[in-house]
Ligand binder design. Structure first.
Ligand code: SAH
Ligand code: SF4
Length: 394
């Protein structure tokens, strides 16, 4: 082995000890790191399997790696997940983790088991700058981007909490959705590295159908996305016309619906699998976007966009005047879509007993985090649970 003094420069910020955190290196960056140590590519693959498939965070446990290399790795690198603050378990199997990222802020990650699959809802930023009118995260403002290690670390912690593999060799976490806090396309590089790791065979090996990036429609970055990954796509539409969407999703004033849907079609057209569809997310708010004419407009709008529609009853929170859609309006809306031949699902509420409701992940978290930062010296008690999201019904 030819030894070098310093590891290759990588984007992932070094920890306090100046060590490179291997948890956040994409497959290509991990290989580059090993090349900088004079090591072959397959070493990177072996170490990747230890980290992401076995949940190992100490080099000394990597028994198929020669001892001198293990020692060298321990000198220059580390495997550092974000800090797990608390885990909440619901009677219905939903599990929620409060996770502290470097700097002291918290994000939440939610696991929702449903009909033989387990979906993990992960965050990409602390807060969000886009200020959608119905979103608790948006009300917090933007604090910072998560690093790749902090995004992948949510999956690492979740997989580890279940044991990496399920009882029959099935993965407990079978699907990942980037529908937690933040706008993934505004944290582009870190999110691309994270989803590519989730889909890498030497890491989590999830198929591209099982990793979904949800965006409110940052068109230039969506146009860029297809050059870097073939992750599944969900788009937060929430309104069938620009006047209403301008109000609900302010980024629409910059990138209106026609521009957004054209970009979505380009993304789908660029995918090798021509059968793939975009998931259109539509949060239904009482008296705002839940009328039959809205459903009809949506039918017309999506006519030539390969799509399935996920209806999300608005999840109320204290700082919002909006109300949840009535069940009558919800089913009437869904039926109009079904009658027009669309696939339309309703996202159900899960994990009520642990305040789990993904989609507005951690509306309270940032406030609470700021509060806990202010009072850090005085208060060391457990943090209050946060309202957050759920699963889908087919
Ligand atoms: N920023 C990305 C991903 C995070 S939000 C996006 O906007 O797509 C994930 C989903 O939850 C989005 O569809 C979002 O519109 C929805 N959502 C946010 N707040 C909600 C609320 N209070 N009730 C229901 N859905 C909400
Ligand atoms: Fe940000 Fe998404 Fe919330 Fe809009 S809905 S404020 S884009 S997290």
């Amino acid at each position: 082995m030819s030894q070098v003094d310093k590891p290759v420069a990588v984007d992932e910020p070094a920890g306090a000890a100046g060590k490179v955190n291997l948890l956040g290196l994409s497959p290509a960056k991990l290989e580059a790191f090993f090349a900088s140590l004079g090591e072959k590519r397959f070493r990177a693959q072996q170490v990747s399997k230890w980290i992401h498939q076995q949940g190992v965070d100490r080099f000394e446990d990597m028994t198929n790696i020669a001892k001198p290399l293990r020692a060298k790795l321990a000198e220059v690198a580390e495997i550092r997940p974000p800090e797990l603050v608390q885990q909440y378990d619901s009677a219905d199997g939903t599990r929620k983790w409060l996770i502290r990222v470097s700097g002291g802020s918290c994000v939440e990650t939610v696991f929702i088991p449903d009909k033989g699959r387990g979906t993990l809802c992960v965050s990409s930023q602390v807060g969000c700058s886009l200020d959608c009118s119905f979103c608790a995260t948006g009300k917090q403002g933007f604090q910072r981007d998560l690093t790749t290690a902090e995004i992948v670390g949510q999956l690492w912690l979740a997989a580890k909490s279940f044991g990496s593999l399920g009882p029959d060799g099935e993965r407990v976490v079978s699907n990942v959705v980037l529908m937690g806090m933040g706008e993934p396309l505004l944290n582009f590089d870190n999110v691309v590295d994270a989803v590519n790791l989730m889909m890498d065979d030497n890491a989590y090996g999830l198929s591209k159908r099982r990793v979904t990036l949800s965006t409110s429609g940052v068109v230039p970055m969506l146009d860029e996305l297809g050059k870097h990954t073939d992750v599944s796509l969900a788009v937060s539409l929430h309104a069938p016309n620009d006047a209403l969407r301008d109000e609900l999703v302010p980024i629409n004033r910059k990138y209106p619906i026609a521009m957004l849907l054209a970009s979505v079609k380009r993304y789908l057209d660029g995918l090798p699998d021509k059968h793939r569809r975009v998931t259109i997310e539509y949060t239904l708010i009482d008296g705002v976007n839940d009328r039959p004419e809205h459903a009809q407009q949506l039918v017309d709008l999506l006519r030539d966009v390969p799509s399935k529609i996920n209806l999300i009853p608005f999840n109320p929170f204290s700082a919002s005047q909006y109300r949840r859609v009535s069940n009558n309006s919800l089913y009437r809306f869904r039926d109009i879509l079904l009658q027009a031949g669309y696939t339309a699902t309703i996202r159900t509420t899960r994990g009520d007993d642990i305040d789990a409701a993904c989609g507005q992940l951690a509306g309270v978290v940032n406030d609470r985090t700021r509060r806990s930062e202010r009072h850090r010296r005085r208060s060391t008690g457990a943090l209050e649970p946060v309202r957050f999201v759920q699963g889908e019904t087919e």
